[in-house]
Write a protein that binds this ligand. Structure first.
Ligand SMILES: *Cc1c(COP(=O)(O)O)cnc(C)c1O
Length: 365
């Protein structure tokens, strides 16, 4: 039995997008960012499709442990590192590479010898003012890490850009300049670029790149979509019509009844809603594909259902497949309608949505 709502994940598209990263940054190693359950696509499934990447990056230590327990042997950077001795010990036990972003983490590291060496990254705050040590702290932290007997050498040096998706913004050259000044005479390897930087700022490519969103086929730039960047969408979110009916001119649809039929209207009800991660704020008119045809949302998104104006698709009937985003309907477009970013739509797909691999989904996909 097919689940009512499901997300088809295309492993070939993931591999295609990884190859696209390598086209942009042929001299760099690639740390595939798979945090937040692989941007909602399923951590292990994504990591398996991307096992040719040079390493993985996760946000939290638990995500790194999950990869190790599933048998992945690649390098794994943990972008938030550790906050206490227990998390530090987990990094050691599971051979995870913590990002060190504060002097407190260095005190913890130096407190007592580790049973086996650790391979950290040191992160500079070059202007985003989220995680990272300041430019004054950076050389001191680096000196400590170079001298610590249980730190494997050389470590990695990194920073994160706040505005890389704004291609005419001055912050990126400023951040890069600050980072370059801090690492000027260092023999360590470096990493700067997220997806937007990989595509728009060649100077940021460095020894390692850290693509996230582009691996999932999504453009990081507002007003553009992945296909325009040579990327393929990885997730297609689907459901099906569970009811189709005629409404009369003047009938109101959904909670608060704020969509009113301007004429007699064929209405479809699809089994997907905000309980599946479809954005509740998507307004009437947001496009949805029914039988491959564009129709518009009519009325408010409910927890388990959405209502569709089928005027453009008069032959639609119960059981017809419905696509919310992905193949044929860029998630970027839905994000624009819902006044959010594609990252949130992908990450917010809930547990109830079954994730199917493209081939396993068969003809229904
Ligand atoms: C999430 C993240 C990335 C990947 O960002 P995208 O915009 O998805 O490419 C890279 N580096 C760090 C530090 C991150 O937190």
């Amino acid at each position: 039995m097919m689940p009512a709502a499901y997300a088809v994940v295309d492993a070939d598209a993931l591999r295609h997008n990884l190859a696209r990263v390598r086209q942009f940054a042929p001299a760099s190693k690639v740390m595939a960012v798979v945090k937040a359950n692989g941007y909602g696509h399923g951590l292990l499934r994504v990591a398996d499709a991307l096992r040719e990447a040079d390493g993985f990056a996760v946000a939290r230590v638990q995500e790194g442990i999950a990869l190790r327990e599933a048998g992945f042997r690649q390098r794994i950077a943990v972008l938030q590192g550790y906050v206490d001795g227990e998390e530090l010990a987990a990094h050691v036990a599971y051979e995870l590479e913590p990002v060190i972003h504060s002097p407190e983490q260095i005190y913890l590291l130096e407190r007592e010898p580790l049973p086996t060496p650790i391979l950290p990254w040191l992160k500079l705050d070059s202007g985003m003012h989220r995680l990272g040590v300041s430019q004054e702290e950076f050389p001191i932290c680096l000196r400590h890490l170079r001298r610590c007997p249980w730190v494997q050498q050389p470590i990695g040096l990194m920073t994160h850009l706040s505005n890389a998706d704004l291609t005419a913004d001055e912050s990126t050259p400023e951040q890069v300049g600050l980072f370059r000044a801090c690492v000027a005479h260092a023999a360590e390897y470096t990493s700067i670029a997220n997806s937007a930087a990989i595509m728009a700022w060649p100077v940021t490519r460095a020894d390692w790149v850290r693509p996230g969103i582009m691996l999932y086929g999504v453009s990081p730039f507002e007003g553009r979509c992945g296909e325009e960047e040579g990327l393929k969408p990885v997730m297609t979110l689907r459901s099906r019509l569970i009811s189709v009916k005629w409404l009369r001119k003047g009938d109101r649809v959904g909670y608060a009844g704020d969509w009113v039929c301007e004429q007699d209207t064929r209405l479809g009800i699809a089994a997907i809603g905000y309980g599946d991660g479809y954005p509740r704020h998507a307004p009437s008119g947001t496009p949805v594909l029914v039988r491959g045809q564009r129709v518009g949302l009519a009325g408010r998104v409910s927890m388990d259902m959405i209502t569709l104006d089928l005027s453009n698709c008069p032959d639609a009937r119960v059981g017809d497949p419905v696509t919310l985003w992905g193949d044929g309907l860029p998630v970027e477009e839905i994000a624009a309608h819902a006044e959010t970013i594609p990252y949130t739509l992908l990450c917010n797909v809930t547990q109830r949505v079954r994730i199917l691999e493209k081939d396993a989904a068969g003809s229904a996909a």
